[in-house]
Design a protein around this ligand. Structure first.
Ligand code: S3P
Length: 166
């Protein structure tokens, strides 16, 4: 049975999970968690974790962050790869999972800054990783929203409408 009060945003890097999540949390009057931020708070910068400890250790930290974030009513923005964990996917069963889909057009500019270790070669990496994960996003989603051709505020409105009947 999914809990409509735990809303989890999934989707590729740079799609806008954090920005949208914060706005949704305010609109629903729920706390907001960003699992990347939780990992950084406990373990330091993501790039440094990847460099010093490797991706596998990062994924373990991320699993713990997701578990913490979904343990009570909240809006949760996950890192793009959080759904790679089978344990996390099982744990998401009680949540309302929202997949933010995109054609990538608006993502390119958001990938700048070099904070994401998996897209060091930019958009090319992003496309490959997204293609590899699309089926998983689709599998875990209760609600899918195509963010490609609409503003953030239109996406927020669509999402609130889709959440209401639950
Ligand atoms: C990752 C996405 C990032 C962050 C890390 C790995 C991924 O989060 O967790 O760099 O594997 O897709 P965002 O989706 O918030 O960029």
């Amino acid at each position: 049975m999914s809990d409509s009060r735990v809303v989890v945003l999934v989707g590729p890097m740079g799609v806008g999970k954090t920005t949208l999540g914060k706005k949704l949390a305010t609109a629903l009057d729920l706390p907001f968690f960003d699992t990347d931020a939780l990992v950084v708070r406990s373990h330091g910068e993501i790039k440094t974790i990847f460099e010093n400890l490797g991706e596998e250790v990062f994924r373990k930290f991320e699993e713990d962050a997701v578990l913490h974030a979904i343990s009570s009513p909240a809006v949760v923005a996950t890192g793009g790869g959080a759904i790679l964990s089978q344990l996390t996917r099982q744990r998401l069963h009680h949540c309302t999972v929202v997949y933010l889909e995109t054609d990538g057009k608006h993502v390119k500019s958001r990938l700048k800054g070099g904070k994401r270790p998996l897209v060091q070669n930019g958009f090319e990496d992003w496309i490959r990783i997204y293609e590899d994960r699309k089926a998983i996003y689709e599998e875990v989603a209760d609600i899918t929203i195509d963010t490609s051709n609409q503003t953030l505020s239109a996406t927020l409105t669509e999402l609130k409408e889709k959440l209401e009947p639950k």
